[in-house]
Design a protein around this ligand. Sequence first.
Ligand code: GCW
Length: 699
Amino acid sequence: MKAMRTLVRTSAIALAASLLATPALAEDGYDLWLRARASASTQPVVSRLGDTPTLRLAEAELRRDLPVAATLPIVVALAGDASLASLRLPVGELGDEGYLVRPVTLGGRQTLLVTGNTDRGVLYGAFALIRHASSGNQPGAANLRSAPKVKLRLLNHWDNLDGPVERGYAGESLWDWWTLPDYRDPRYTDYARANASIGINGTVLNNVNAKADSLTAPYIAKAAALADTFRPWGIRVYLSARFSAPIELGGLKTADPRDPAVAAWWKAKADEIYRTIPDFGGFLVKANSEGQPGPRDYGASHGDGANMLAAAVKPHGGIVMWRAFVYADTDPDDRAKQAYTEFKPLDGTFADNVMVQVKNGAIDFQPREPFHPLFGAMPKTPLMMEFQITKEYLGQATHLAYLGPLFTEVLEAKTGRGKETVASVVDGESERHRLTGMAGVANIGNDRDWTGGTFNQANWYAFGRLAWDPLLDAAGIAREWAQQTFGTDPRIVGPVVDMMMRSREAVVDYTGPFGLAHLMATGHHYGPGPWVSELQRPEWNPVYYHRADKQGIGFDRTRTGSNAVAQYAPTVAKLYANPRTTPEAELLWFHHLPWNYRLKNGETLWDGMVHHYDRGVSTVTAMRREWDGLRPMVDAERWEKTATFLAIQEREARWWRDASLAYWQSVNGLPLPAGSAAPEHDLAWYKAQQFPLAPGNPH
Ligand code: GCW
């Protein structure tokens, strides 16, 4: 008995101690950047004029999540509400998604008004005010006004219908297609809310490597259940369409877009979808790329294919996003040139509800690529930007790489046509296109923290913010994310932003400096494989991209090589044609240079490369140290996971460096510069590493 009592008492003490040590809320990252909550003492007074599901959400968000006491009562209302008429608010330029938040006198009372021309605008205004307050500002004095510069701000999920996510590193698909449409996981709502908070207004539910099944009646009903859940949050659903579906589902002999029976099948399919999902957004298509079917199978063009589908959704207001990510196994030309060669001649031939979706660079989401030459080259066609949020080639979920600088570097690039930048092509300013869009390949799965690690959440966040306004700067976005994610104390925000802003360049440095690309191991794309040369198609092999030999390294894309530089506007092409005027960060993307080529700082190319690899590793070491210093200020759970991931990253940065240097040395026979350590193992050891079960790799 006594023993029992002692036991009870000891466990009570242990329990009390553990309660003291454990924060009241589980700090598992589920709340993303939406961690702010109003407390009893800060609970704002919020009222609402008008009644729609979306207005109610705006009201509820503010009531629950405004973290700082608002000195004024808050009113959410549509700008067209009769009681606001006398205020003559400047809402004309807000369009149908913009918002205005400002103090006004309403019915003789000072109030903080959150308004927009539509309820979606009001909801974005509510989130903007919460963001403003969670970043340490006084809500009472808020004067916020913004309208999205880009119309379609979409996530692309590469989710397969049976669960796995292609290039996904955060668990399985969020969508449980099996239990849909009956069971609507509450998490679908949390997903929509997180997206709405950063302005994302559409989502493509299934993989671009699509199965026709997603277009069958049961799957349309499942997609409709998601659409119903997302709708109040201003989010529409889209589907990836498999081009050969008329054969697979419709029993037709062909999917030739010029065949009237094929066009009729798609039209009937679109009608069926819109009967179930009246605000369905449209189709995303990967055609004639990496084994996917498409119009080229029948000698028809990408334009024929896109326009036929566009005609099917047009009566319902839908659109087609046709991907330009094509390269043919029959084409021996430089892979970097093929999308431009295929699509540029089609400029002006697309229907007005088609967008051509172009990856940020001409190869494939590498740690660094020059901007895609199609941006600026198809003025008559609205081009949609495709970024990859999931870090397929940048260390996947474990390596910390904040993609803000990667995204903005591309958006800020000048196309060489007057003042035009990639951002001004994408946001439509350049050619005044009505349709504009930005897509991000999602990094979301059913992991508790959504993205497989706290810092990966920042990439989802940054994508949303840049899709809203492509001119925002990466450091500013990092700061507001850090403030909302870890609190506003400058002693944590400063180091976190510093780590983030160095992180992507570190990955470039330890995986492939000076514009080297596509050096990853086969299939999973995780670790180094610069030696790989035996794959069936030349452009699948890293040796195709780096072309290293005893004399030098790099891909000659000038006139003496593939002449890919000629795909850029003349002023840009001229810069890229000469190694002296090519930015050194992109040097070996455009030039094959001798190992003893002199860099601007006087070093040889080889020594410079080694120093970049060294710097990549030492930056990760420094990031680790910075994070160690934050231990007392971050909750244990999130701190621990990031600390462990940084340890993995440091080890693997060294692996990347050592494996790469061992290989380059086997090619050039050069010694390492003084002070640089020899690789830990010999080349054979690195070559022997195999990871057949790495995640995200389609089988
Ligand atoms: O990034 C590459 C990936 C493929 C992907 C393809 C694409 C969906 O390795 O997994 O397929 O590009 O963008 O279509």
